[in-house]
Write a protein that binds this ligand. Structure first.
Ligand SMILES: [Zn+2]
Ligand SMILES: [Zn+2]
Length: 164
């Protein structure tokens, strides 16, 4: 006799919402991100955001709905092209793409509404730590990588996602 254990239907994912500083761009992420947040300390991320590192989460591009006029700026980086999507009015960086992986987007999570930002877990990894400024403490429990983590590296980090 099989016990009929009532199971709660999994709750549908509540979309994440974000916007640029001036409100021209609004976006939503309608499915769970493919990995947990990560921090990047590379020089491009510093310059692009005017901050000391970026905080990011990788999502499938098809789950990212963007409204409002945006601009895309592209650069080649170590043989891999990267494009950044930003607001042409206020300059807020929203996300970036690797040109050979247009199916994924790296969302700058500081642009999320605060109530949605706190729904994300804390970062599971930090990359380009070789460029890290001295004083910010390592995120407790987060894997630290000098540069790009390899796929092998990532397979050791629970909840991480690869952009490649
Ligand atoms: Zn804006
Ligand atoms: Zn970076």
């Amino acid at each position: 006799m099989s016990a009929n254990i009532p199971t709660e239907a999994p709750k549908p994912f509540e979309p994440l919402h974000g916007e640029c500083t001036c409100g021209n761009i609004k976006y939503e992420v309608v499915a769970p991100p493919v990995g947990k947040p990560c921090l990047c300390h590379c020089n491009n991320c510093k310059r692009q955001t005017g901050s000391m590192f970026t905080s990011n989460v990788i999502v499938l591009r098809e789950t990212l709905n963007i409204t409002g006029k945006y601009k895309v700026w592209s650069r080649g980086d170590d043989g891999k092209g990267w494009s950044s999507l930003f607001c042409p009015e206020c300059g807020t960086p929203i996300c970036s793409f690797r040109d050979d992986r247009p199916d994924k987007a790296v969302v700058r999570i500081g642009t999320l509404d605060s109530r949605d930002l706190v729904r994300l877990e804390k970062p599971v990894l930090e990359m380009f730590c070789a460029r890290k400024i001295g004083w910010p403490a390592d995120v407790e429990g987060a894997a630290q990588f000098e540069e790009w983590p390899t796929r092998d590296d990532l397979s050791q980090v629970d909840g991480s996602a690869s952009i490649t």
